[in-house]
Ligand binder design. Structure first.
Ligand code: MOS
Length: 696
């Protein structure tokens, strides 16, 4: 008898690594579809008003141009579909934001489509627009719910009385700018119709959910839409649903009666793909002199598009992080003439924890208390927002063990006194947090007559290593070596499964894969271990199992540490080193998990020091819209990043024990850097990014 080594917990390299580095891995734009045409969008040059005319004559007379679409001749979408208003592409002459798709050219070559689009003449009736977020915008309203499903306003205790009585207080405003998602692979789609059946090769985080959405939007029969997403070059939330260019491709293919493809240019990405909403956040913390918080007040004013009621959960972390008896948390959204913001890695929690964790640092200073000790002193026993027990919560352990690993005990708390030549040096800490979501999923496991096994799941691998993690889970549950396993993911038709978003993929899909595989092993036993003629297959669904889970508060936690140096003369800021110490249940694959944390911390560094979408109020759009003007961290900006984690046994009946890790690593990173910046210089920057002109 041979022993099969368990693969869960092993640092496996990617099962699709060779395919990726040899170019065999197919991304959406690369599927070899015959007789394909190209669509190029024509984008609004006003921020508000309506299209009064589209003159397509010059475009149509160009060689290769097949069709020019506008809101007058584009195929109709199902107006009843409950989807983001931004997806009703070319359904109305109204212009809601600068850069919106107002027409499109289909042509037999990419060049002809691009040149054709330049030849389309669009006339407008322009109205005054407003694209600037202001804290006192009178139109700002508290949404009934924010994107995590919780109310826009929540209060516990008597916040006003607690504030009035608090012996120690901090009260500050923090701002975060527009941040753009910039995945390596821009949004791209091939759309092809067969009668009333649509196949979309799409760079997509959730093929099954996207197929559902498109079925509704195009008013088709159940099962009429296939979405294929075999390989994806990143998404960060922006590919969580099909965006307007994917809908345009499907409309264009329908209208032109032939397959159509689109790949956005980087500049089109900035104009057409949703971004992280900018925020203006006021945080008030009141505490006893011993550091115990008595009150937390956190209000975030953030922008939305007039037509799309999107509201990030910016204050949700403040509801459960610390044991304050009273707390008032509010989101307000101001409707502007802008493209809709949407999910961007750890939506809401990322800007929200920048504000809360900066304020905690300010409170620690006010109290003359170590910032780690302040957080430990406010550790709650149960979720202070809901009263539910935590399934697991290792924040204190992360802070303590992180402090030891980082060398925190040698730190002199006084700000602005450490010099190395012309550099001022400082260190900072912040807590990290993300909800641990699990969604229902299904999976299929099949035993073949030749002794191999097939597992199918409608998952998507954003590049994170999901395909590898699911292979590990399946191999262990089946008790077979990897060589006998074939795993298929990345298609809607593989069955109901949630998207690769909200850090919920591994736990949600893994549960279904584990369940299907174990059920198959049992059935096989009933056949005496001999696969019957034609093979044997089992489909499992976790919907009921999820419903039966005990009510608990489920989250992941971490502690972020940073050391920065600031040049006294020039204001130049460099991050010397960072440590992220995390706790997120059982880690399925340490190799790919580490990469996830590294990437997220890098994104947090980029947010702290570089990223800002600059809005031009007159033009009505972003003034910087490519990597020349919108800076993201490059290798030279990123120092030694140390990633570590504590293995957690989570008290949840999720058989694989995994919690989400994809987003945790960005949360708190910017606050740790801002806090280190303050420790280095004695100067507090409350507006991101911390740029030269803000550094003194
Ligand atoms: Mo993430 S922003 O939920 O893909």
């Amino acid at each position: 008898m041979t022993t099969i080594e368990r693969t869960v917990g092993a640092p496996m390299t990617r099962v699709d690594g060779l395919d990726k580095v040899t170019g065999a891995a197919r991304y959406a734009y690369e599927f070899p579809i015959g007789d394909v045409s190209y669509v190029w969008p024509v984008q609004a040059t006003i921020a508000r008003g309506r299209v009064t005319g589209v003159d397509a004559a010059a475009a149509l007379s160009r060689p290769g141009v097949v069709a020019v679409l506008d809101s007058g001749n584009a195929p109709r979408l199902n107006a009843e579909a409950e989807v983001s208003a931004d997806l009703f592409v070319l359904q109305s002459p109204e212009v809601a934001y600068h850069g919106q798709i107002v027409a499109a050219v289909v042509a037999t070559s990419l060049e002809a489509a691009c040149e054709g689009a330049a030849a389309v003449r669009v006339s407008y009736e322009q109205e005054p627009h407003d694209v600037v977020l202001r804290a006192d915008d009178e139109a700002a309203e508290i949404p009934e719910t924010v994107t995590d499903g919780t109310p826009g306003f929540v209060e516990r205790g008597d916040t006003d009385a607690a504030w009035a009585a608090a012996p120690v207080r901090v009260d500050h405003v923090y701002t975060t700018p527009v941040e753009h998602v910039s995945p390596m692979e821009p949004h791209s789609t091939i759309a092809t119709w067969d009668e009333d059946r649509l196949t979309l090769y799409n760079s997509d985080q959730g093929p099954f959910m996207s197929a559902q959405l498109l079925t509704g939007l195009f008013g088709l029969e159940d099962g009429a839409v296939e979405v294929v997403a075999e390989h994806i070059g990143g998404g960060f939330g922006s590919k969580g649903i099909p965006r307007s260019p994917a809908v345009l491709a499907a409309l264009a293919a329908r209208a032109a009666g032939r397959p159509v493809k689109i790949a956005l240019t980087r500049q089109q990405m900035f104009a057409l793909i949703p971004y992280r909403a900018p925020t203006i956040q006021r945080v008030r913390l009141g505490a006893e002199r011993d550091g115990r918080l008595t009150v937390i007040e956190h209000e975030s004013v953030q922008q939305r598009a007039r037509l799309v009621p999107f509201a990030d959960q910016t204050v949700s972390s403040s509801r459960m992080m610390y044991a304050a008896p009273s707390a008032r948390t509010t989101v307000k959204t101001a409707p502007l003439d802008v493209m809709t913001p949407a999910w961007f890695r750890a939506p809401g929690h990322t800007p929200g924890m920048f504000a809360l964790e900066s304020a905690m640092d300010e409170l620690a200073e006010e109290l003359g208390m170590d910032p780690i000790e302040l957080r430990i002193r406010n550790e709650p026993e149960v979720d202070p927002g809901t009263g539910k027990p935590f399934s697991s919560r290792s924040l204190v352990a992360c802070l303590r063990q992180g402090a030891a690993r980082f060398g925190w005990e040698r730190r002199d708390p006084a700000p602005g006194i450490r010099r190395e030549g012309s550099w001022l040096v400082g260190t900072g800490v912040a807590a990290s947090h993300h909800p641990d979501y699990t969604f229902p999923s299904s999976a299929l496991a099949r035993a073949e007559e030749d002794g191999t096994f097939l597992v199918r799941i409608g998952a998507a691998d954003l590049g994170t290593g999901a395909r590898t993690a699911m292979t590990q889970v399946a191999a262990d549950a089946l008790g077979i070596p990897l060589s006998r396993l074939r795993l298929e993911i990345g298609r809607a038709s593989l069955g109901m499964a949630p998207f690769a978003g909200g850090s919920l993929g591994t736990a949600s899909w893994g549960w279904a894969v584990d369940k299907a595989c174990r059920a198959l092993v049992k059935e096989l036993d009933a056949y005496g271990g001999v696969v019957p003629d034609g093979g044997l297959e089992v489909r499992a669904d976790t919907t009921e199992d999820l419903g039966n889970r005990p009510e608990m508060s489920r989250h992941t936690f971490g502690a972020q540490f940073a050391q920065v140096r600031v040049d006294r003369d020039t204001g130049e800021i460099r991050v010397d080193r960072m440590l992220g110490m995390f706790a997120a249940g059982r880690i399925i694959n340490p190799h790919t998990a580490r990469s996830q944390f590294l990437g997220a911390m890098t994104m947090g560094l980029s947010m702290a020091l570089l990223e800002i979408g600059e809005v031009d109020p007159v033009f009505g759009d972003f003034a910087n819209h490519d990597f020349a003007g919108y800076h993201i961290a490059a290798h030279a900006d990123v120092p030694k990043l140390d990633v570590a984690w504590l293995e957690e046994r989570d008290n949840s009946p999720n058989p694989i024990g995994a919690k989400g890790i994809g987003e945790l690593g960005i949360v708190g990173a910017a606050a740790a850097i801002a806090n280190a910046f303050h420790h280095a210089t004695g100067h507090r920057v409350r507006d991101l990014p911390i740029r030269l002109e803000r550094s003194r």
